[in-house]
Design a protein around this ligand. Structure first.
Ligand SMILES: C[S@@+](CC[C@H](N)C(=O)[O-])C[C@H]1O[C@@H](n2cnc3c(N)ncnc32)[C@H](O)[C@@H]1O
Length: 141
């Protein structure tokens, strides 16, 4: 269970409002990745799935992973026309994704939420064959 379950709707609304911090992070990630078409991309800590949907629109085959069942429910609702695989799992272990199928992993605005950041990065890295895009945003609390 993720503490994001308690304010999934509020986070979803912030994304829908194009909150500048969140929007800026999406643009940064997409700009860094440039070409994703045809690549298998894992969005680790995908939340309500906005970045995953943008990656899918750009032609990527996307798997979104998150610890929050509530945010994943919203992701599924928002993505009914897109083929994205949604997985409920802890990024610190990623037990549900043991195979080496990903070319790229992104973890946008989520590393600051994991108690063991090194373990999270370690669990993300083994399945990835190529480029890795990881962005952490530290908050003052
Ligand atoms: C600030 S939100 C960012 C969501 C999304 N990446 C975005 O850019 O909109 C942080 C997300 O990380 C997820 N998260 C936090 N710890 C996690 C963990 N250990 N495993 C998987 N997801 C986690 C939360 O549930 C939440 O969806």
């Amino acid at each position: 269970m993720s503490h994001y379950d308690g304010f999934a709707r509020e986070y979803d609304e912030a994304v829908a409002r194009h909150s500048p911090v969140i929007e800026c992070a999406y643009e940064y990630i997409l700009d860094q990745l440039k070409e994703v078409s045809g690549h298998q991309v894992c969005d680790v800590g995908c939340g309500q799935g906005e970045l995953a949907r943008r990656l899918a629109r750009a032609g990527a085959r996307v798997t979104g992973v998150d610890l929050s069942g509530e945010l994943l429910n919203l992701a599924r609702t928002r993505s009914s026309t897109q083929t994205i695989e949604w997985v409920h799992d802890d990024a610190q272990s990623l037990r549900a994704l043991p195979d080496n199928r990903f070319d790229i992993a992104v973890a946008n605005l989520m590393l600051m939420d994991t108690p063991d950041r090194d373990q999270t990065i370690h669990s993300i890295l083994p399945p990835v064959l190529g480029v890795v895009g990881v962005k952490a945003c530290l908050t003052p609390n």
